[in-house]
Design a protein around this ligand. Structure first.
Ligand code: PAP
Length: 336
C-alpha cells in the first residue's frame, strides 16, 4: 500500500514569521535585478542568467539557501511545458509500483501528478514537510546551474526532459493565455510572446540555455543525469518506462514484463487516461497559495507538431534556426 503520511502539515508560527522575514529580504534583492514583462503581464527577473517570476524566484532563493536532499532523492527536471506532468506520472508509477501490488488505487488516480511529485521551488520551498519521505521523488524547473549546491554535490539522480522548442513555446503560450482568460484578463498577443521567446525571455528562459545546462551535465555525469526528450518518449514509451526503472534502480523483473506491468503503467499515465480523471478535469493546483490553477490546463493536446496550428512556417523556421545556432557544437540535436 502507498504511504498514508499526511501530505500537508502546517508551519508553526515561529517558522511562519521567519518565512515572512526571508520573503522581505528576497524581495529587496529582487528589486536590484534586471526586469522584463512576462507572459502573464507580470515582471520577470533575470537571476543567475535565467528569467523568473517573483514567486518562482522567492522559492528558488529559499531552497538555494536551505534545501538539503536525502541521498536517495531523484529529481524530475524540466523547462516548463516540455513533458513534466507526463514524466512525473511515469516516474511515480514506476517507482511506487511494488507498493501497489494487490491494490488498484494509485495516488495518480486521485491526485494530479504535480501533487504526487511536488516541485522543489514551489510546494517544498513553501513547506518542506509537504513531501512524503517514503517516495524519494521531487521535481524542479530550476536550471542546472542554479540548483542548490546541496543537490549538485549529492548523489541524487536527475531525470531531465526537453522538447522541440516550437511545441514548447506554443504549449507555454496556450497555457498562460488560457490561465489569463480564466481570470478574464486579456492574454499577451502570440506575436509579442514569440518575439520575447526568441530573445530568450520566457519563464526559465533562455530555453536553449536550460536544455544545454542539463545536456552538458548529463555528458559529464551520465550515471547521475538521464537526459530524455518528449518526442522520443512518445515514439517508444515502453523502452522509456524500462529505462526509467533501470535508472531509478528498480528495473522490471522478467515476471513483471510477462504480466504486462510496463503496459499497465503506460496506459495509466497516458494523456487519454490522465486527462479524463475527475481530479485532472475539475481539480485545482495550488503552487502558489494565492493562485489556483485548473489541473485541466496541464492536459491540452499532448501532441507532437501542434506548433504548426499556431505559428507560420517562417516563425517555425526562425525558432529552428535559433536552436540550431545555440546548440551548435554541443552534440545535441533535438528531434522536431
Ligand atoms: P508544466 O511544466 O507546467 O508542468 P508540462 O507537463 O511540462 O507542463 O507540459 C504540458 C504539456 O504536456 C502539454 O502539451 P501541449 O500543450 O502541447 O498539449 C500537455 O498536453 C502535455 N501532457 C500532459 N500530460 C501528458 C501525458 N500524459 N502524455 C503526453 N503529453 C502530456
Amino acid at each position: 500500500m502507498e504511504s498514508s503520511l499526511p501530505s500537508t502539515q502546517i508551519l508553526d508560527s515561529g517558522e511562519s514569521a521567519e518565512r515572512k522575514n526571508e520573503a522581505k529580504n528576497y524581495n529587496e534583492m529582487m528589486s536590484t535585478l534586471p526586469k522584463a514583462k512576462g507572459l502573464r503581464g507580470n515582471d520577470y527577473y533575470l537571476y543567475q542568467g535565467f528569467w523568473y517570476s517573483s514567486f518562482f524566484l522567492e522559492g528558488l532563493m529559499s531552497v538555494q539557501e536551505h534545501f538539503n536532499p536525502q541521498s536517495t532523492d531523484i529529481f524530475v527536471a524540466s523547462s516548463p511545458k516540455t513533458g513534466t506532468t507526463w514524466l512525473k506520472a511515469l516516474a511515480f508509477a514506476v517507482l511506487t509500483r511494488s507498493r501497489l501490488s494487490g491494490s488498484t488505487t494509485s495516488s495518480l488516480l486521485i491526485k494530479m501528478p504535480h501533487d504526487c511529485v511536488p516541485f522543489l521551488e514551489f510546494q517544498v520551498a513553501q513547506n518542506p514537510r509537504i513531501r512524503d519521505l517514503a517516495v524519494p521523488l521531487l521535481s524542479t524547473h530550476v536550471p542546472y546551474s542554479c540548483l542548490p549546491k546541496s543537490i549538485i554535490s549529492s548523489s541524487c539522480k536527475i531525470i531531465y526532459i526537453c522538447r522541440d522548442a516550437k511545441d514548447t513555446f506554443v504549449s507555454l503560450w496556450c497555457f498562460f493565455s488560457a490561465h489569463q482568460m480564466s481570470k478574464n484578463v486579456e492574454p499577451l498577443p502570440l506575436e509579442e510572446a514569440f518575439e520575447m521567446f526568441c530573445n530568450g525571455i520566457s519563464i526559465l528562459g533562455p530555453y536553449w540555455d536550460h536544455v544545454l545546462g542539463y545536456w552538458r551535465a548529463s555528458l559529464e555525469f551520465p550515471e547521475k543525469i538521464l537526459f530524455l526528450t518528449y518526442e522520443e518518449m512518445k515514439k517508444d514509451t515502453a523502452a522509456h518506462a524500462k529505462k526509467l526503472a533501470e535508472f531509478m534502480d528498480c528495473s522490471f523483473t522478467l515476471e513483471e514484463e510477462e504480466e504486462g506491468e510496463v503496459q499497465k503503467i503506460i496506459s495509466m499515465c497516458s494523456f487519454e487516461k490522465l486527462s479524463r480523471l475527475e481530479v485532472n478535469k475539475n481539480g485545482k493546483l495550488h503552487l502558489d497559495t494565492s493562485i489556483a490553477i485548473q489541473n485541466s490546463l496541464y492536459f491540452r493536446k499532448g501532441e507532437i507538431g501542434d506548433w504548426a496550428n499556431h505559428l507560420t512556417p517562417e516563425m517555425g523556421a526562425r525558432i529552428d534556426d535559433i536552436m540550431e545556432q545555440k546548440l551548435k557544437g554541443s552534440g545535441l540535436k533535438l528531434p522536431r
